[in-house]
Write a protein that binds this ligand. Structure first.
Ligand code: TA6
Length: 299
């Protein structure tokens, strides 16, 4: 759908406006007294979340690529129907195909609580079935209110059971990653992606990032808080129906191997991701749905 048509059908005053973004991808700008969020229809990718009077909570890089078939670095990539590399076929795209396809707008609204809501839909196509053989309807809902809530809901529209893993792979913007602390994961066990997936337990209350980290925490639905003393803010991440949390920072050497990141980009970002993966695979029967969500707020 053209931008003009999107605005005619789904635009609401100055509250929800469609614009042409980078790479000519259509984007929805949600604005109001609570702040502003930008959602790219390619990948149902939230690019920006600026709470009123704040700096962007989401991290982006000048090196991000906005091209069909390539994932966008930064913001909130939606990883689905698998997280990480495909389990049996390394030719299939990393983190699934949801972030590589154009989603369709199905609804926009303003709520009594002054929230701005947009719903995007992705259904199976020849392209998706070549990678994953099921019929599905995925709906991604972004609600901008006192928090930014993002929800991925998947309905199984095929006639057989399917399983998937997923992630809301959120990149948070921080002043200096070596100065932040992440709270909420004390006592949780995790696979250490930087140490051959060794199973470890986090003893510390405050997780400090002082080297490459790729921690896949299991059996945790806990809220996480990113304490950023230099930005003088706390970012709180709460989640529903997600029992895995991933914390990722590529640090110096791995950053250099990532084409769409500047060498020093690792200093200003950290991913704290709401995930279902590893021992938390989602299974959905025909006609049934499963939804997971993350809510982000500032304190
Ligand atoms: O969530 C962490 C992770 O799975 C890392 O292993 C790292 O590769 C990252 O995601 C980014 O993946 P991407 O495919 O977006 O480069």
């Amino acid at each position: 759908m053209e931008i003009g048509e999107l605005n005619k059908k789904f635009g609401i005053n100055k509250d929800i406006v469609f614009v042409t973004g980078k790479g000519s991808f259509p984007c929805a700008e949600l604005s109001g007294k609570h702040g502003k969020a930008v959602v790219c229809l390619y990948g149902a990718h939230v690019l920006s979340y600026v709470p009123a009077g704040e700096k962007d909570v989401l991290w982006n890089t000048s090196k991000a690529v906005f091209e069909s078939g390539k994932p966008i670095r930064g913001g909130i990539p939606v990883c689905w129907p698998w997280f990480g590399p495909h389990a049996t076929d390394s030719q299939k795209p990393m983190h699934g195909f949801a972030r590589l396809l154009m989603w369709e707008v199905i609804d926009t609204s303003l709520t009594e609580l002054n929230e701005r809501v947009i719903k995007l839909k992705l259904t199976d196509s020849q392209e998706s079935r070549a990678l994953w053989p099921y019929a599905f309807e995925a709906v991604f809902t972004v609600t901008l209110g006192k928090t930014l809530k993002v929800e991925l809901s998947v309905t199984n529209t095929s006639d057989e059971v399917f399983s998937y893993t997923d992630a809301l792979h959120t990149y948070f913007s921080v002043a200096d990653v070596s100065q932040i602390s992440i709270l909420g994961l004390k006592g949780a066990s995790y696979y250490d992606g930087t140490d051959k997936m060794a199973l470890k337990v986090q003893d510390e209350t405050f997780l400090k990032i002082e080297k490459e980290e790729n921690r896949r925490y299991l059996n945790t639905a806990a809220d996480c808080i990113i304490d950023d003393p230099l930005m003088k803010r706390h970012i709180k991440v709460t989640k529903e129906n997600s029992n895995t949390t991933v914390v990722w920072n590529p640090w110096i050497e791995t950053s250099k191997t990532i084409g769409d990141m500047n060498d020093d980009d690792y200093k200003t970002m950290v991913c704290v991701e709401a995930v279902n993966a590893f021992n938390e695979v989602v299974t959905v029967r025909p006609g049934e749905s499963f939804a997971m969500s993350a809510s982000i707020s500032i304190g």
